[in-house]
Ligand binder design. Structure first.
Ligand SMILES: [Zn+2]
Ligand SMILES: [Zn+2]
Length: 292
């Protein structure tokens, strides 16, 4: 065996050994909320892995799994949802063995009648539309860019200036818009199982109910928070100062494009920096666009 292979094998053994130690600690009883926080905070990647793994197994066993990015993102997202619930409820369940508490929480979620419904309003046509659109954005760049249009009515030029994208990114944004209009939207609507009658119904609701957009904005908040969990690398919200630094220094293009499409709070913060002077007036609000 060559030296490098032996070395990497040793490292792998060490990583596995660390994992076993962490796992062992999670199997032991923790007696206070502080101890729970301490033990759990050192093992977040492992716990996320475990929750996502259970979810994958559940999908496999119920014949709902396929080997593709969409399904990988799905289990990652739900793993993160369960971990979040676990972090909140676990503190009040002490004394407990954290690992077994997580296991039972996930098992309980999977045995509910609608195991993957994160908000009751998702079953309405409006909920299905928002969830379908944002869900598509988790796996398709065209859909991601289209969110700026569907949620805030921005055109490609406005997206480019709001995100302060540079020359090479601009043509891509125009192409994303074009492909979405040509075929992306139609396919997404089909996958949502949205009928023409339902779309027409939404259109009428929007014209007749003055609270339509503000209700939709509230629901969008839940939908965005859920789908942000698909992308741990671009997940954290940034402070005003961090956004300002990113925009002025010109780094983090992917972060901007991804996170701001999926976080109205941060979009408002970034918008409020006013770096483009008079180019943009007023703060973004949800004005739902049903058509591409
Ligand atoms: Zn060798
Ligand atoms: Zn954010």
């Amino acid at each position: 065996m060559h030296g490098i292979e032996a070395h990497s094998l040793l490292n792998r053994n060490r990583t596995m050994a660390n994992r076993m130690t962490t796992l062992g600690r999670l199997e032991e009883v923790v007696s206070t909320a502080d101890e729970f926080d301490r033990v759990v905070s050192q093992a977040l990647p492992l716990l996320l892995d475990r929750a996502a793994g259970y979810t994958k197994r559940f999908l496999r066993e119920t014949g709902q799994w396929s080997d593709d990015v969409a399904h990988e993102k799905f289990v990652l997202r739900w793993g993160a949802e369960y971990l979040e619930q676990f972090l909140v409820t676990g503190r009040s369940e002490v004394p407990c063995r954290p690992l077994f508490l997580l296991d039972s929480l996930v098992a309980r979620q999977h045995s509910r009648p609608e195991p993957f419904c994160y908000h009751p309003d998702l079953l309405t046509p409006l909920g299905r539309f928002l969830d379908g659109l944002v869900g598509r954005a988790a796996v398709s760049r065209d859909a991601l860019i289209a969110l700026y249009h569907h949620c805030y009515g921005l055109g490609p030029g406005q997206v480019i200036s709001a995100l302060r994208l540079n020359g090479s990114e601009s043509p891509r944004i125009y192409k994303n818009f074009q492909r979405w209009r040509d075929s992306g939207w139609k396919r997404a609507i089909g996958d949502m199982g949205m009928t023409d009658a339902e779309l027409k119904g939404l259109n009428e609701q929007q014209r007749q109910q003055h609270r339509f957009n503000s209700d939709a904005e509230r629901l969008l908040g839940f939908v965005q928070a859920h789908y942000r969990k698909s992308e741990p690398d671009h997940y954290p919200c940034l402070s005003r100062l961090q956004w300002e630094d990113m925009f002025l220094q010109g780094y983090g293009t992917d972060y901007r494009i991804w996170h701001l499409a999926l976080c109205l709070e941060c979009l408002r913060t970034a918008w409020g920096l006013g770096l483009d002077g008079a180019a943009i007036v007023g703060k973004p609000r949800l004005v739902l666009q049903l058509e591409p």
